[in-house]
Design a protein around this ligand. Structure first.
Ligand code: AMP
Length: 485
């Protein structure tokens, strides 16, 4: 099957050819003809399946006819996060380069006035996060009565973030006769309920079993002790020793932990950025851009980065914290191994995480091979040569352990309806919060980041009884274990 059989316009086909894509992905092949036939679509598909183009390409074809009127967008795409919204806009810029369409982004954290003046010029495609969209409609600057096509993307993420009441309100502002395209990675009961309300006789398309992990991703778990210090030390070891590590996203469960770990890694000389929901928008965009361009190889992130972000070359994902919800694991590790590439996902597991790991393994239907924690710990202890210094574990560790942070996307308890007011990423914590005493003599600024450093090739060990391929494991995990005396 080629793109030319799907009914797309010549302009759109030319844009697809220019990107180099020759074959539609299964979601594209199945969804595009129905979108062009003006049917509602219920797409059960994860990110990484090509689902963005599955709605962007036919939308571009449909939008070739007709013109936008001031303050009355012709189509509306709802996204749960600003980053996803920006990413969908990039898709329109890429595939719609040959068309003179007005595409506007309504997301929190950026100037209201600029967005408003864009709306007055008439918008063909409006891409929005729910809170900011409703702010505009409530101020009277936006009318949704001209919307012919509505896309609700990442609906299960919307549910997690407490956006469903907003979505219900928005749907009442959009004409009943609109066409609706609804995408979700999973189908919890509440999502199933709202599909019955929002969609009219939809074409259901399911391209992969919900909550499966990409097959190209090698998954491992590393057991560590309870102390935050143990986790950080193990992470640094993993980062230094991992083979083929080009870049990595390191996930934490809490925004505060993201900020702390970011600072800690920086102090240890790693080139690292941070991304979480309390950062202001320009800082979020800058961090993501730097990571995409390869200017920074490491990104410490909350689950705001877990879904949908398309960074095709991410080689590794680390779970600094094991996620409390098993499906978050699937989304996180979906940041690597995208579009058929190989990837590695390593979870750092404390004794408190065993229940969560069991739930993850049950969900993904496979066990994640453990690497004994004492191997990691002792290997670290026995090899100080590339350790910048010993860390101070006692007081700092217990202080961090008792610290509370807010969860990025609450599930049982709801997140506030609107996006939070922007705050400055670094405003919330003090230097003493990191895992260092901050003395000048121990400042690690001189230490070069080890990411990107050529690793000496370790001989491949093919000894009897040993699993044949350990190539995804960091070298230190393969070193002989010293007997405890
Ligand atoms: P998505 O699921 O929309 O996040 O897309 C995942 C990745 O697949 C993106 O990098 C797309 O650019 C890429 N992609 C989308 N459609 C195709 C295609 N037909 N062939 C190859 N790659 C594609």
């Amino acid at each position: 099957m080629s793109f030319s059989h799907l009914g797309l316009s010549d302009k759109v086909l030319a844009a697809v050819a220019a990107t180099g894509y020759t074959t539609p992905t299964p979601i594209q092949e199945q969804a595009i003809p129905h979108v062009l036939a003006r049917r509602d679509v219920l797409g059960i598909a994860q990110t990484g399946t090509g689902k963005t183009a599955a709605f962007v390409l036919p939308m571009l074809t449909l939008l070739e006819k007709g013109r936008a009127r001031a303050r009355m967008p012709r189509t509306l795409i709802l996204e749960p996060t600003r980053e996803l919204a920006a990413q969908v806009k990039e898709s329109f810029d890429k595939y719609g380069a040959g068309q003179k369409l007005n595409v506007a982004l309504l997301i929190g954290g950026v100037s209201f006035g600029d967005q408003d003046s864009k709306l007055t010029r008439g918008v063909d495609v409006l891409i929005a996060t729910p809170g900011r969209l409703l702010d505009h409609t409530e101020r009277g600057g936006l009318l949704l009565t001209g919307v012919e096509l509505l896309v609700i993307d990442e609906a299960d993420r919307m549910l997690d973030m407490g956006f469903i009441p907003d979505i219900e309100r928005i749907c009442k502002l959009v004409p009943f006769t609109r066409q609706t395209l609804f995408f979700t990675a999973t189908m919890p009961p509440e999502i199933a309920r709202i599909t019955e309300t929002f969609l009219h006789n939809p074409q259901k398309i399911e391209v992969s079993r919900p909550a499966t992990t990409a097959t190209g991703v090698a998954q491992f778990q590393v057991s560590v002790g309870r102390e935050p210090h143990d986790k950080r030390e193990t992470l640094r070891r993993l980062l230094r020793d991992a083979k083929d590590l080009k870049n990595a996203i390191i996930f934490c469960n809490r925004k505060r932990e993201v900020a702390l770990l970011h600072k800690s890694l920086q102090k240890h000389g790693f080139a690292v950025g941070a991304l979480h929901g309390d950062m202001d928008q320009s800082a979020r965009t800058a961090a993501l851009d730097q990571f995409r361009k390869g200017d920074i190889p490491l990104l410490v992130a909350s689950d705001v980065a877990a879904r949908g972000l398309d960074i095709p070359t991410t080689s590794h994902v680390f779970n600094f914290d094991v996620p409390h919800h098993a499906d978050d694991y699937v989304h996180r590790i979906g940041r690597t191994g995208r579009a058929g590439r190989a990837g590695t996902a390593i979870s750092i597991v404390t004794p408190l995480d065993h229940k969560s790991m069991a739930a993850i393994e049950k969900l993904i239907g496979q066990s994640i091979p453990p690497v004994e924690g004492h191997i990691a710990a002792r290997a670290a202890a026995s090899d100080d040569t590339d350790q910048p210094r010993r860390e101070h574990r006692s007081r700092q560790g217990s202080r961090e352990g008792s610290r509370e942070g807010s969860r990025e996307g609450s599930r049982g308890g709801r997140k506030p309806r609107r996006e939070r007011e922007p705050r400055h990423a670094k405003g919330g914590h003090h230097a003493k919060d990191s895992d260092h005493n901050g003395s000048a003599s121990q400042a690690p600024a001189a230490m070069p980041p080890s990411i990107g450093r050529a690793e000496p090739q370790r001989p491949h060990r093919e000894t009897e009884g040993e699993p044949a391929d350990h190539s995804h494991l960091p070298a230190f995990l393969l070193r002989p274990v010293r007997a405890r005396v």
